[in-house]
Structure formats: structure tokens, C-alpha cells
Design a protein around this ligand. Structure first.
Ligand code: IMP
Ligand code: MG
Length: 369
């Protein structure tokens, strides 16, 4: 992933793929033109890299020149095309091949045709490395297309975002979701996960997705997914992962513009962790870290027994039940600890101390993500 100015881009087309697309264009044009000496005209600025690679591959004599047109502002095409450098040679009777880096709306191409209206060339052929069919709204024929691409903004290989990115040998695509910080929060019962989740949510402006809450919400509101989940629960069966993932997906989509998410209560298994990775990947995002509050068993037992005195929660009153819950937590999360450690994404944070001390420790981890 790369950042240019304020935006994030992800790898999209490799140098190698570009090279073979350029080669295909060269082969097609060379075979069609035979021994004719064409004039290749690059449209500056974007096409400089393509033109250079293209003519190096071109197997026969040819001429090369450039015209300079400008239409783009930021990541949007504008109607208003400026001619910055025009034609400087007589092209009467010549075969002209326009070499474009990309054809998007076709506005630039329209201007190119206007420029050649009275030039009396033998033929005007249009070749473009990249072509966005969904954006193109003109009727001019495109004689040679290197690669069709979706209607998303790209940079690299001559193409820029406000001046940056032209120098990159590969092509990158604008991420649909900009940068998010996504955390999977873990902690044994009594570790203070809820308190800390509330704090992190405020400080980093993250959305806290507690799987338990999401389930209760869907069932209470009788959503389609809630009813589906309930049908399994009523039969005493486990709710399939896909149902849970679909619910989480809805929560993520509801908050598409968020700075990120704190996942709480999910994943619990390797398969779930993989599904969550996939979900975030589909959103052009990722899980950045598993943050686990680490607290010694004896401290947890003491804290929970104390909580039990006032909370009235029966599962907090009995020491052997408490110890069993803690044990269960470690058995379940050990696999996930390995899963995230393998990706250098596991961060254990000392959960003993004052609430403030612990939040400072958590912030130190998150600030580095
Ligand atoms: P059109 O006039 O809309 O066809 O756009 C053509 C020009 O806009 C290209 O020559 C580029 O300079 C620029 N352009 C179009 N799409 C992109 C893109 O995805 N990234 C960077 N520049 C683009
Ligand atoms: Mg251009």
C-alpha cells in the first residue's frame, strides 16, 4: 500500500503485466503497419513512460513526438482540456499513432481529434495502454487497447495524483476504503476489556463492535439474519460462522466512513479469524492488531470475586467457576494468539495497574499501528 498526498492506493497492475500489455500493443501495431514509418505521438504528461518503453520495443523505424494536454484536477476528469504544447511539425500524408497512457471519459481524445481535423494525415490511429470502458462516453474508435480496467482512479507508470506517482513502475488503484485502524480486542474475564474498549473508542474515534451486542440487536429487531441465527439457537445448534460474519459485515458497512473498528468477542477460532481477514480485505482494509490485556490469574480471581460481591452476577461469586472461565479463555485464545503472532500482529498489554496506566499502555501500541 502507498500514500500519495492524502490518499491511499493499493497495488493493482505489476510492472511485468504492464510490460506484456505494451508488447502486445507493439506487436499489433507493427504487424498492421508493415514497412510504413509511423509518427508516434505521446500525450503528455502521462504517456512519457509508455512512449519510451513502446518505441524501445518497436521493431521498425519510427518517429516520435509529443503534444501536451491537461484535463485532470485531482482525481476527477474535467471537460475543459487545455492545449499546453501543440503540434510542431507537418504531418500531411503520414500515419499518425496516438499513444495514450489512459482513456477515461474520452474528453482528451475528443480534443486530439479536433487537433487533427485539418492536418490531412493519411490515417489517425488511437492506441491506449489503459482504457476504462465504463467511463468512456465518446464514439471515437480505439484501435489498440493494452488493458481494460474498471472505472477507478489509478496512479503509476506515468499516471499521477496531483503530481505524485508518475515515477512508479507499477500501477496502484485508489482504495475504496481509506485508511482504517482495526483492532481485535482480547482479555480474560475481569481484565477490564469493556472499560478499555470505551476509552479506545473515544480516543481514536473507532466503532466498537461487540459480537454479543450485535447478536442481541439482530434478534431483538427480528432482522433476517437475527431470525436465521435464532433458528439455529432454538435447535440448540451453534450459529454458523457465515451468519455471524454477515452480521458483522452489516455493522462495518453501516459505518463505512469510520476510522476503524474494535472487534470484541470475535473471532474465536482460526476459521473465524480468516473470515474476518477476508471481510476486511473485501473492504480494502485489514486487521492491524490483536491487542490482548494480560492479567495474572490470581489478580483476575480477586477482581471478579470482588465484583461478585456487588454485581450480583452468579458467575462472579464462585471461585471454581471463575477459574474455569479463565482457563477456557486461555484455551480458546491460544490458537488466535498464534494466528496473529505469525503475522506480527499480536500485542500483549500488561493489564494490571490503574485504569489510566493501562490506557496509556494500550495507546502506545495503537499509536504505532
Ligand atoms: P479523459 O480525458 O477523461 O479520457 O482522461 C484522460 C486523461 O485524464 C489521461 O490522459 C490522464 O491524464 C487523466 N486520467 C484519467 N484517468 C486517470 C486515472 O485513473 N489516474 C490518473 N490520471 C487519469
Ligand atoms: Mg494523459
Amino acid at each position: 500500500m502507498i500514500k500519495l498526498h492524502d490518499l491511499y492506493f493499493k497495488p493493482f497492475i505489476s510492472e511485468k503485466e504492464i510490460d506484456s500489455a505494451v508488447q502486445n500493443m507493439v506487436d499489433g501495431i507493427a504487424s498492421d503497419l508493415g514497412d510504413e514509418v509511423p509518427v508516434f505521438i505521446g500525450i503528455l504528461n502521462g504517456s512519457f513512460m509508455l512512449v519510451s518503453d513502446f518505441v524501445k520495443k518497436y521493431p521498425k523505424p519510427c518517429e516520435v513526438t509529443f503534444i501536451k494536454l491537461a484535463s485532470y484536477e485531482g482525481v476527477k476528469s474535467t471537460e475543459d482540456i487545455q492545449r499546453l504544447i501543440g503540434l510542431t511539425q507537418d504531418l500531411t500524408g503520414r500515419t499518425v499513432v496516438i499513444l495514450e497512457d489512459i482513456i477515461d471519459s474520452g474528453n482528451t481524445l475528443e480534443e486530439v481529434h479536433r487537433i487533427f481535423e485539418n492536418e490531412n494525415v493519411k490515417q489517425l490511429l488511437i492506441a491506449t495502454l489503459f482504457y476504462k470502458p465504463e467511463a468512456y462516453d465518446k464514439d471515437f474508435k480505439l484501435h489498440y487497447v493494452g488493458m481494460e480496467i474498471p472505472n477507478k482512479f489509478i496512479v503509476g507508470y506515468g499516471l499521477d495524483y496531483d503530481g505524485l506517482g508518475r515515477d512508479l513502475p507499477d500501477v496502484y488503484q485508489l482504495k475504496t476504503t481509506q485508511h482504517m485502524t482495526n483492532i481485535v480486542l482480547f482479555g480474560p474475564p475481569g481484565a477490564g476489556k469493556g472499560t478499555q474498549a470505551n476509552f479506545l473508542k473515544e480516543k481514536y474515534d473507532l466503532i466498537h463492535i461487540s459480537t454479543g451486542d450485535v447478536f442481541r440487536f439482530n434478534i431483538k429487531n427480528e432482522t433476517a439474519l437475527g431470525m436465521l441465527a435464532k433458528s439455529f439457537m432454538d435447535k440448540g445448534e451453534l450459529v454458523p460462522d457465515q451468519v455471524t460474519i454477515d452480521m458483522l459485515n452489516k455493522e462495518v458497512e453501516k459505518n463505512a466512513g469510520a476510522n476503524g473498528f474494535i472487534f470484541d468477542g470475535f473471532p474465536r477460532t482460526n476459521a473465524q479469524a480468516k473470515s474476518l481477514d477476508k471481510l476486511m480485505e473485501d473492504k480494502d482494509s485489514q486487521i492491524d492488531a490483536m491487542v490482548a490485556l494480560e492479567v495474572d490469574d490470581e489478580v483476575l480471581v480477586e477482581r471478579l470475586l470482588k465484583r461478585g460481591e456487588t454485581s450480583g452476577r452468579t458467575d462472579d461469586a464462585d471461585e471454581s467457576i471463575i477459574r474455569n472461565r479463565i482457563k477456557q479463555y486461555y484455551t480458546k485464545t491460544a490458537i488466535l494468539k498464534d494466528y496473529y503472532t505469525d503475522q506480527n500482529k499480536y500485542f500483549g498489554v500488561d493489564g494490571v495497574g490503574s485504569v489510566e496506566d493501562i490506557t496509556v499502555r494500550l495507546s502506545t501500541v495503537i499509536d504505532k499501528l
